[in-house]
Design a protein around this ligand. Structure first.
Ligand SMILES: [Zn+2]
Length: 271
C-alpha cells in the first residue's frame, strides 16, 4: 500500500543533545499522534523551528513537526527519519494518554503543531496539516480513526489546542478527525472517494415537523450532529440535495450552504 506524497517535508533537525532534543528514540515505537497548535498566531513553521533551535538548551519543550500554509518542517526526527526520537509536547504527569493509548505521549507519540493566524492561509495550512497527520498514521501503521488526539483532550485544564487554531481556520476538532480519516483513505486508495452529492441551489424556508438533527458536513445520518432543533423551528435552506442518504426511502436533504444538512422528511411544508 502506497501513500500519495502531496507535500514535501523539510527536515531541519535541532542540535542534540539539548533540552529540546534529547536524541532518545521513541520506545517502544510510535503508538499515536497528538495534534497541537502553536498558540501563537501568525508565527510560521520556519519561525517556530528557528526559535526552538536558538533556545534549544533553555527549555525541555518541543514537538516533532510544524505546519503552515507554505511548508512542513520536521525538527525532531519522526516520519522522515529511520529512528523517530522523543519530543516533549505533553506533560508526563497526565493520565489520559496512558488510559487511552497505554503510553505517555512523550514516549510514544508524534507531536504536530498547526500554525495559524490572519497572515497564514488557513485553507492551505489546514490541507497540509490533515495530510501530514494522515501520512504519519500510514507511516507507523496507526488507525487514523482512533490514534489521533488533540492536546486539549489530554490536558483539558491547561490547553485548548488545536481547537483554538482550527477555529481561526473556521474548522472544528471533530471535522479535523473526520478529514484525517478521509485523507488517509484517499491517499492510500483504500476506499473510493465519495463524490460530492449533486445538488441544486434553491432558496426557501421550511418548518421542522419533528425534533430534527442538523448534520454537519454531509447529507447523511453518519455526519456529526451540529444542532438539534425542536418541532416548529423555521429553517432556511439554500440548496437541495436529491441523492443524500435515503431515510425511509426519501433521499432528499436540505442544506444551508454553510456545510449543514437536514433531512427533508423531517420538515412540514415549504412556507
Ligand atoms: Zn499543545
Amino acid at each position: 500500500m502506497a501513500f500519495e506524497m502531496k507535500y514535501h517535508i523539510t527536515t531541519r533537525y535541532l542540535g542534540k543533545p539539548s533540552k529540546r532534543r534529547s536524541g532518545l528514540p521513541i520506545s517502544p515505537g510510535v503508538k499515536f499522534v497528538v495534534a497541537h497548535d502553536t498558540g501563537n498566531p501568525n508565527s510560521t513553521a520556519a519561525q517556530n523551528v528557528k526559535y526552538y533551535e536558538n533556545s534549544r538548551d533553555e527549555m525541555s519543550a518541543s514537538a516533532h513537526l510544524f505546519v503552515d500554509d507554505r511548508e512542513i518542517i520536521e525538527c525532531i526526527p519522526a516520519v522522515e527519519a529511520a529512528i523517530p526520537e522523543k519530543a516533549w509536547h505533553v506533560l508526563y504527569k497526565l493520565e489520559a494518554d496512558n488510559q487511552l493509548f497505554g503510553f505517555n505521549a512523550n514516549d510514544a507519540a508524534i507531536g504536530v503543531e498547526y500554525c495559524y493566524g490572519d497572515r497564514i492561509n488557513a485553507d492551505e495550512a489546514y490541507k497540509k496539516y490533515v495530510w501530514l497527520i494522515a501520512y504519519i498514521c500510514y507511516k507507523f501503521g496507526l488507525d487514523p480513526a482512533s490514534k489521533v488526539v488533540g492536546h486539549f483532550f489530554l490536558d483539558p485544564h491547561r490547553k485548548t489546542d488545536p481547537v483554538t487554531g482550527l477555529a481561526h481556520s473556521r474548522r472544528t476538532y471533530d471535522q479535523l478527525l473526520r478529514d484525517i480519516v478521509s485523507e488517509h483513505q484517499a491517499c492510500t486508495g483504500t476506499a473510493a472517494v465519495v463524490p460530492a452529492a449533486p445538488f441544486t441551489n434553491e432558496h426557501g424556508t421550511v418548518t421542522a415537523a419533528v425534533k430534527l438533527n442538523i448534520r454537519s458536513g454531509a447529507p447523511n445520518t453518519r455526519a456529526a450532529i451540529h444542532q438539534t432543533v425542536p418541532p416548529g423551528t423555521q429553517l432556511e435552506y439554500f440548496l437541495v440535495v436529491r441523492d443524500g442518504e435515503p431515510v425511509n426511502g426519501n433521499p432528499v436533504w436540505y442544506g444551508d450552504g454553510d456545510g449543514h444538512f437536514f433531512w427533508s422528511g423531517g420538515v412540514a411544508a415549504a412556507a
